[in-house]
Design a protein around this ligand. Sequence first.
Ligand SMILES: [Mg+2]
Ligand SMILES: [Zn+2]
Length: 191
Amino acid sequence: MSQAGAPPVRWVFLDRDGTINVPPPKGQYVTHSKQLQLLPGAAAAIRVLNRAGVWVGIVTNQRGVALGCMGEDELDAIHAHLRELLARAGARLDAIYHCPHEQGVCACRKPQPGLLLAAKRAHPGLDFAHAAVVGDSDADVQAGLAVGAHTILLTTEEHGKQAGSGADHIACSLLDAVSWLREARGLGGGA
Ligand SMILES: [Mg+2]
Ligand SMILES: [Zn+2]
């Protein structure tokens, strides 16, 4: 049962590395499909959202493109593989938005909200009051706060990080986050 007055969540934006898949070591990038490994429960969490009729999109910084670690075609192949891994678990993504840029040269690299705003342009019916942003970094939280979405920070550090990030909620995994959203806000539902 959702809380009275809290609008149900119909749009969920997910960070990629560290939220859906095992993150690469700091300073490195997933540059090949073979490096992509789903985190436990990630596909199940997305499946729950799919079945509730929630739109699910990825918003991901991929600066490795600007640095020449991979091309856009390689990134496309990685995302095709990600969709395939999810499909095997009965889960589906509605969209993937990525920022390929270097720091400081664009309006879409998180913590900026440009990727979320691109989704809004593509889906004029998107109301961020019905949206949640889930990610494992402060940049994810800040991007979500900038558009007025509900924000959930994934971390296993129980104390300290939440206050600094300003996240509305903290969870230890994507599945935990989705379970909380379902109980606290309700998922999908008609207008
Ligand atoms: Mg991340
Ligand atoms: Zn960008």
